[in-house]
Design a protein around this ligand. Structure first.
Ligand code: GTR
Length: 412
């Protein structure tokens, strides 16, 4: 069906009947009853399935990655913060791809500081009006209203997304915040995988196998490389970092958390289809729709499940389960029907048996909580009033949740 004739289903009574794959069943059908069997056998099976059918193969570090320069400025944001920037280059040549990592640390905090690692949508300079942040030189979607002219950022773009980034609130509560512009890793358009970090791994004109990684894989890979750098920074407690992301970057945060067990916690904000939402519900955005709109995000094989979601060997509750036993948070927004808030909750719920098998409390509810009533077990969940966005309300829940699990500043 052409997308112009396609309409999302927002009617709960028209959600198809479905049977979810069993997170706790081995490929031969036997049930996982011991934590060791989950970790040694079932988890690797699921990782392989997500790579083969959804996100593509994850790659390891590239030789020759180096921190090219670093700056550190004390007493920024009115004395509240220490700001660092790192330029990380992936390879030797001057034209090797690079990323800028922006790090804010609370000036007064006891070192090393735990906190958040995130990707952002519009350049590091967009998260805060701080005049010291380096303006990205990477490709940006044109947005003259927010200071992005001809795909390049101008001074007017500083702080253009502060509404999503309550930097001072985060720092005052004692957390650090590190962020990277996702376009440094892979500009978000379908160019046949010629730009970003893709050419480091794949010849641009080589045929793509069904399990080749896409943009989500490359963005998640970049989060792991940023973590590699933060592990070398004595001010940062890299063993207590939460990887967090919104929307397509929420999908990315989940995939990064699954691939890289060094992330101590994983937070998905309104990640929807291909993120926390169950694919089989076909509510709002579907596998068919997302793979037609964004063919470069997933592996080529994922497209084969368009309108055949029930044939997927996995569903997204198993992605949430791949975080176990680490704290994982799924956040929805009540008006964000495109992302299927209920389907996001059900993923968290169906990951619960794995969390319980591993001896944690899992998700301490069976029922979809009312709006603005967060539930914080080892799995956290809330559905916030309002639409597809990241609000201070969301950040506040994440900080409370991390504190509860010993990932806040007080526990350091
Ligand atoms: C939408 C896409 C969603 C979500 C969102 C975003 O267009 O359909 O899956 O990723 O973009 O990232 O803002």
């Amino acid at each position: 069906m052409a997308d112009k004739d396609w309409k999302p289903n927002y009617d709960e009574s028209r959600v198809p009947e479905y049977t979810l794959p069993e997170a706790l069943a081995l490929a031969d059908g036997t049930r996982v009853t011991a934590a060791g069997t989950w970790l040694d056998r079932r988890r690797p099976q699921l990782m392989a399935l997500f790579q083969e059918h959804v996100y593509g193969r994850m790659h390891g570090p590239v030789p020759g990655m180096r921190i090219e320069w670093m700056s550190a400025h004390h007493d920024v944001l009115g004395g509240l913060a220490l700001r660092k920037e790192l330029c990380v280059r992936f390879g030797e040549g001057a034209d090797a791809p690079s990323m800028l990592v922006l790090v804010y640390l609370p000036a007064a905090a006891r070192r090393p500081v735990p906190g958040f690692l995130t990707l952002n949508f519009r350049g590091n300079h967009s998260i805060c009006a701080d005049p010291g942040i380096t303006l990205t030189r990477s490709w940006l979607p044109r947005d003259p209203d927010h200071g992005i002219v001809d795909h390049r950022a101008t001074e007017a773009a500083r702080g253009s997304r502060v509404d999503r980034w309550p930097v001072e609130r985060i720092l005052r509560r004692g957390f650090m915040l590190a962020t990277v512009y996702y376009g440094d890793l892979d500009p978000d358009f379908d160019d046949g995988f010629r730009n970003g970090v893709h050419p480091l791994f794949d010849a641009p004109d080589a045929p793509r196998p069904p399990d080749a990684w896409g943009a989500i894989g490359a963005w998640a890979w970049g989060l792991s490389r940023a973590l590699d750098c933060l592990e070398k920074d004595a001010d940062v407690d890299a063993s207590r970092l939460a990887v967090m992301g919104h929307s397509r970057l929420g999908k990315t945060a989940l995939w990064a958390g699954a691939c890289d067990p060094r992330f101590a916690a994983v937070i998905s904000n309104n990640s929807g289809c291909g993120g926390a939402a169950l694919s089989r519900r076909c509510y709002g955005e579907t596998v068919g729709r997302i793979t037609r709109s964004f063919p470069h995000w997933f592996c080529p094989r994922f497209r084969e499940y368009a309108e055949r979601e029930s044939e997927l060997p996995v569903d997204q509750h198993e992605l949430i389960a791949l975080m176990a036993p680490r704290p994982v948070y799924v956040a929805s927004a009540a008006e964000d029907r495109w992302a299927d808030p209920r389907g996001e909750f059900l993923s968290a719920l169906h990951a619960d048996p794995v969390y319980r098998l591993l001896g944690t409390e899992g998700l301490p509810t069976r029922d979809w909580p009312p709006v603005d009533h967060p539930v914080h077990g080892r799995i956290g969940y809330h559905v916030r009033t309002g639409g597809h966005d990241v609000k201070p309300y969301d950040w506040d829940q994440y900080m409370t949740f991390l504190e509860k699990h010993g990932l806040g500043p007080a526990a350091g």
